[in-house]
Design a binder for this molecule. Structure first.
Ligand code: FAD
Ligand code: S2G
Ligand code: ZN
Length: 498
């Protein structure tokens, strides 16, 4: 069967308008960081789980690899095709239905292509909180959040996407549909299959729907923004926030002075408190279930104690929701300000909170010694020990050339430091293809073999997002065929029905 015949078949499954092969496909082929561009055989957009299953079966029969894609906001080159022109990007963005709210069970069942912000807003309208929140929420999807086990700014209280998921519907690498959407909080009947697919980055199957946990909406959500003299002080403030706010602490983000300086530089309309005067700032959130007055009193007591302890030099508590949104918008604008500043080297690392100040002091010094002039865009989810320890090229240098010549050495230095502090080289963004080789150096051979065994068992033809997370091409021996000319290529004949 030729690729053209496969595409004709896929047109009968999803409709010709949803098999894209021409025109500007960069929205699906270019990674968010604008650093890696792939080339798809086609972008295929199914509208239902059954259509996803038919697309997968047809691709498996033709031995054509599949790259599941949601909002394409991933940071590790995991959702875009490789450059061979032989892979099908399977976009879930047409599957956006919120299938069911179950208030008594405190769950919602939603399709993979639903944008995170849409789900947040629908849950709030229904009187509930779906507490996953990240700066990409306007375009990332629930399927991608599950594919990457996304973190975001509320992990400190509610955990990663994994902790928020009670059930999945998945199209397997064989094109079968596993429906596990019951939404039970307790179900000890064999292996917990959902946890295999969550965080598997599209390499084991296609998530088509999920049943997720809901929480009661807090009575009041308050935001404070504090100037802190050092990272040690930020860690001390985190400890005080836990002690004063307990489960009310639903966000704790640290922002370095240079990171905030980029926001001031690129978004001149934004007022960024304390940026010029403080080495670090922290934005933190208190979600209260009693009353706003109770929440405010708690915040004031916390900030008083922090000032007495000397770990906060100045602070504001938002007076309104609008002001709170503005303070959070500063934090969420850092990745975009970075992108405006130019290409940068991202390190999404996690380390025990207690070690973070020493790690940063040592690694900053080592980087400056080895790469004089590099600028550190250091910020992130301090509440979960997760820093975005990003490196910007020295001022007035060609960022492209700098990255080409220095990125590997900078990664090596930073990740060696992460290892020294027993940390992780990927806290929340995943591995994709960007960190696949690095994973080999940072994971034990036993762990890597277990991952390969799982991959081979669930995706024996290595067609689900091959080359992401763990490379099984050689071992499985049936790497997807890569043909020079995808339109006339002859694909191996297989008599799989689809
Ligand atoms: P995509 O990028 O489309 O895909 C991501 C991965 O999931 C790929 O491997 C893909 O194959 C797989 N996948 C997608 N859909 C499915 C599916 N239905 N079934 C199986 N696999 C699937 N991430 C965080 O964790 N925390 C943050 O705070 C955060 N902040 C960000 C801020 C900005 C400005 C940006 C641009 C990104 C940020 N990210 C963050 C990264 C990214 O938004 C997350 O990884 C997000 O979960 C990706 O969702 P997506 O729908 O864009 O997925
Ligand atoms: C965030 C974005 C990734 C980056 O905003 O929390 O995950 O480093 C990050 O730009
Ligand atoms: Zn993040």
């Amino acid at each position: 069967m030729t690729a053209a015949q496969l595409l004709d078949h896929l047109r009968t499954v999803v409709g010709a308008a949803h098999v894209l092969t021409e025109g500007d496909l960069s929205a699906w082929e270019l990674d968010w960081r604008k650093r890696v561009r792939g080339r798809a055989l086609a972008v295929v957009r199914p509208a239902s789980t059954e259509q996803v299953a038919q697309v997968v079966r047809a691709c498996v029969a033709a031995r054509v690899a599949i790259v599941p894609q949601g909002g394409n906001t991933g940071m590790v080159v995991g959702s875009t095709p490789d450059a061979s022109g032989t892979q099908v990007v399977l976009s879930l963005t047409r599957m956006q239905q919120i299938r069911k709210f179950d208030p008594a069970n405190l769950t919602v069942t939603v399709e993979a292509g639903c944008v995170l912000q849409t789900l947040q807003e629908a849950c709030e309208q229904a009187g509930f909180l779906f507490p996953l929140s990240l700066a990409a929420e306007g375009s990332c999807t629930i399927g991608g959040n599950l594919g990457t086990n996304a973190g975001g700014t509320q992990v400190v209280r509610y955990g990663n996407t994994r902790e928020l998921c009670l059930g999945l519907e998945v199209v397997t690498a064989q094109g079968e549909i596993w429906s596990g959407l019951a939404g039970l909080r307790k179900d000890n009947t064999g292996y917990d299959l959902r946890h295999l697919f969550i965080g598997s980055e599209g390499t084991l199957g296609v998530i088509t729907a999920a049943t997720l946990k809901l929480y009661p909406l807090p009575v009041s959500t308050l935001t404070a923004y504090a100037a802190v003299p050092s990272l040690e002080a930020a860690v001390q403030l985190l400890g005080l926030a836990h002690a004063h706010l307990h489960a009310g602490l639903t966000g704790f983000e640290v922002m370095g002075q240079f990171a905030l300086g980029l926001v001031v530089k690129h978004f001149a309309h934004m007022r960024v408190p304390f940026q010029a005067s403080s080495p670090y700032c922290v934005v933190l959130e208190n979600s209260d279930h009693h009353s706003e007055a109770h929440g405010r009193t708690q915040f004031e007591a916390l900030l008083e104690a922090a000032m007495e302890a000397g770990c906060v030099s100045d602070a504001v508590v938002a007076e309104s929701t609008a002001q709170a949104r503005q303070l959070w918008h500063i934090r969420e604008s850092i990745p975009l300000a970075q992108a405006q500043e130019g290409l940068n080297i991202k390190h999404d690392i996690s380390i025990a909170v207690s070690h973070i100040p020493a790690f940063v002091a040592e690694t900053d010094a080592a980087l400056q010694q080895a790469f004089p002039g590099v600028r550190m865009v250091n910020y992130g989810h301090l509440g979960d020990g997760n820093l975005h320890y990003n490196v910007q090229a020295p001022a007035n240098t060609d960022a492209e050339v700098f990255l080409q010549t220095q990125e590997d050495a900078i990664n090596a230095l930073v990740y060696a430091q992460v290892d020294r502090y027993d940390g992780s080289i990927s806290a929340e963004h995943g591995i994709g293809s960007l960190k696949r080789e690095k994973l080999l150096a940072h994971k034990s051979p036993v762990a890597l073999d277990l991952m390969r065994s799982i991959k081979r068992a669930l995706d024996p033809h290595n067609l689900m997002n091959p080359g992401r997370v763990i490379d099984c091409s050689s071992a499985s021996g049936s790497a997807p065929t890569t043909h020079p000319n995808p339109t006339t290529q002859v694909l191996p004949h297989h008599d799989h029905p689809y």
